[in-house]
Write a protein that binds this ligand. Structure first.
Ligand code: NAD
Length: 238
């Protein structure tokens, strides 16, 4: 059976990384957050950039470990994993990197917004801590940012195209730990269903796509996914 999983912040909460819109999500608890992840504000204000790098430095993903949900998906090496997460935990759990499509990029990489040259987030943070208040690109002097997609930015077209194919060509589409409120990621659910896939949503809270699902699973992801993935490969859940 061809499986495509769309994952969101909810798969990483059991690794200690807060989600956005869940009951303790940063969207509800941190009024500053929207500004720090919106491209327009970031580009316009050096102080937002400084605070954004510091926020990255303190991100819980640096010290997080993959949980049972990530590890269960890694037992399906042929599956496509389309993730909205920027924490790299699917790859660290053992999912083949070429099967993980990071729709919203990755927080460990940095990119120059002017010339596109790549560097690392760690390097930018080190420069900031060494005294540069707004470390520019070392090649062209342009504004640096993490290689993540902020609100107001387009997704990488090649990654999105691959994600659409993965949604169209699967027999089972799993939507896991996502409130399905961020587009275009959420629309992959409809793409999969219209192409004939069965849809299973594993999420603690209702989503706008629940009516399309063959099954809604409300259990914690770390409990539900080992069982679901074991059933898919016909193995013992442990
Ligand atoms: P979201 O916060 O909007 O929704 C997460 C959903 O997961 C919620 O409905 C919540 O009820 C559910 N959930 C949380 N923990 C769960 C668990 N253990 N078991 C079952 N359900 C659980 O997340 P989203 O839809 O991914 O959209 C948020 C955006 O924020 C994405 O674009 C993503 O890039 C970004 N983000 C990423 C991370 C990360 O990389 N780990 C963390 C926060 C936000």
């Amino acid at each position: 059976m061809r499986v495509t999983a769309l994952t969101g912040a909810g798969i990483s909460t059991e690794s200690g990384i807060p989600d956005y819109r869940g009951p303790s999500g940063v969207w509800r608890t941190d009024p500053e957050h929207e500004k720090l992840v919106t491209y327009e504000y970031y580009m316009a204000d050096p102080d937002i950039r400084r605070r954004s790098w510091l926020r990255r430095r303190d991100h819980p993903a640096w010290n997080a470990e993959p949980n049972a949900g990530h590890l269960a998906l890694a037992r399906l090496p042929e599956a496509w994993i389309v993730t909205q997460n920027i924490d790299g935990l699917h790859q660290r759990a053992g999912s083949p990197p070429e099967r993980v499509l990071e729709l919203h990029g990755n927080m460990y990489g940095a990119v120059c917004t002017a010339c596109g040259v790549r560097s690392t987030t760690q390097e930018a943070i080190d420069r900031l801590l060494a005294g540069e208040s707004d470390p520019p690109c070392l090649d062209c002097g342009g504004i640096l940012k993490t290689a993540t997609i902020m609100f107001g930015q387009q997704l990488d077209p090649a990654t999105l195209t691959m994600a659409v194919h993965a949604a169209q060509e699967c027999d089972l589409f799993l939507a896991i730990g996502t409130s399905l409120q961020v587009q275009p990621a959420a629309s992959l659910v409809s793409v999969a269903v219209e192409a004939g896939a069965r849809l299973v949503i594993v999420n603690a809270e209702p989503t706008p796509y629940d009516d399309l699902a063959e099954e809604l699973v409300r259990e914690p992801i770390g409990t539900a996914l080992p069982r679901i993935c074991a059933e898919l490969i016909g193995a013992d859940p442990s």
